[in-house]
Design a binder for this molecule. Structure first.
Ligand code: DAH
Length: 350
């Protein structure tokens, strides 16, 4: 039978439990305390069990009391739990189902255009070329005049693109870097100039207003077109080989067609024997067996003069190619816009 003392006993349990819940220092201790009072075998459950031996009247009085205590302690326990969770997010981990599969961690990788630039730079590096970087915003002197592109000459239209002031243009090619480099370095020299360029082009599957160029320049005594052809064929051989073993076997042939660029004389278009069909004729080479791939030529004496190099002593060749085009041929990509729209289905293939 419960007596007054028993009611005191109940009150003591309540106080002890409340004190313990309030003083728990971490969520683990709190859970143990909750279990020891409110769990199946907890002190309060034992009290309820002992009610079986009480008279019906006492049982109902004590039952009301005990239920009230249980309700209060449960509310206090929950409030304390929430306080821990709010205070320290890590504790949420205690409430997670650790058997759930973890969220997938996406690991990024290098963009295919950067991979292509790295590959091209690596090959030229192996042939003794140094990388030189020019600014993306150029003065019209470096972008045009110094490269022998006269003010009113119609050829300027090809490059005369995105001016941001009277005298400043978003560079349409990385050729201006030739002048910047030669101003401070006398030959002999071998450089390549990779970088982002901008043109006022209509965007379609093969044109973007923003793209990447790699310019090359080699200046020395007794440099001829033959040196250019040898270097560029070796470059293509390595660029299109899939492995070192392949590169031993594979050869690339190059054809030079007469052309015109203001900064070179003579100038030519460089065609590469189609590496996709072995020159049998396919859609990539439009059935001709040749792919037009870059412009090149022997550096014009006016360009040397503008950069402070004596053209009676030094000769050299220069060339310029599009990074996107080289990446598209190597990876059989049919639309330049894929490089820039950020679609991960495309990017994850590289
Ligand atoms: N700058 C040219 C272009 O934007 C590419 C080029 C052609 C660069 C001939 C050269 C060159 O150095 O000799 O299309």
């Amino acid at each position: 039978m419960f007596t007054d003392m028993d009611e005191n006993e109940l009150q003591k349990i309540r106080e002890k439990a409340a004190n313990a819940l309030n003083s728990a220092a971490d969520i683990g201790t709190l859970e143990t305390i909750i279990g020891s009072y409110l769990g199946k075998e907890g002190k309060l459950s034992l009290v309820f069990r002992s009610f079986a031996s009480l008279s019906p009247e006492t049982r109902s009085v004590m039952g009301i009391k005990a239920n009230e205590i249980k309700r209060d302690l449960t509310a206090l326990a929950e409030a304390r739990r929430q306080a821990f969770v709010a205070k320290n997010g890590d504790d949420v981990a205690d409430w997670l189902d650790v058997t759930l599969p973890a969220a997938k961690l996406e690991i990024g990788h290098i963009h295919p255009l950067t991979q292509t630039i790295d590959r091209i730079v690596g090959i030229f590096h192996g042939m003794g070329f140094e990388v030189f970087d020019g600014p993306e915003i150029e003065s019209d002197w470096y972008a045009f005049d110094a490269l022998n592109i006269p003010k009113d000459h119609p050829t300027r239209d090809t490059w005369d693109s995105l001016f941001i002031s009277d005298k400043q243009v978003l560079r349409p090619h990385t050729s201006p870097g030739q002048i910047r480099y030669m101003e401070n370095h006398q030959p002999p020299l071998r450089i390549i100039l990779p970088g982002r360029c901008f043109r006022r082009d209509a965007i379609d599957a093969s044109h973007e207003i923003n793209f990447h160029h790699i310019e090359g320049l080699m200046v020395d005594k007794d440099i001829s077109v033959a040196n250019f052809k040898a270097i560029i064929e070796e470059f293509f051989r390595q660029y299109f080989a899939d492995s070192e073993k392949d590169s031993d076997r594979m050869s690339c042939i190059v054809r030079l067609r007469p052309s015109y660029f203001p900064f070179t004389e003579p100038s030519f278009e460089v065609d590469l024997g189609c590496v996709l069909c072995g020159q049998k004729g396919c859609s990539a080479c439009k059935g001709t067996g040749w792919m037009e791939i870059m412009g090149a030529g022997m550096v014009h004496p006016n360009v040397f003069a503008n950069a402070g190099v004596d053209a009676s002593v030094w000769q050299g060749f220069a060339f310029g190619m599009g990074v996107e085009r080289l990446a598209m041929i190597r990876h059989k990509i049919n639309d330049i816009r894929l490089f820039y729209d950020g679609g991960t289905n495309f990017l994850n293939q590289f």
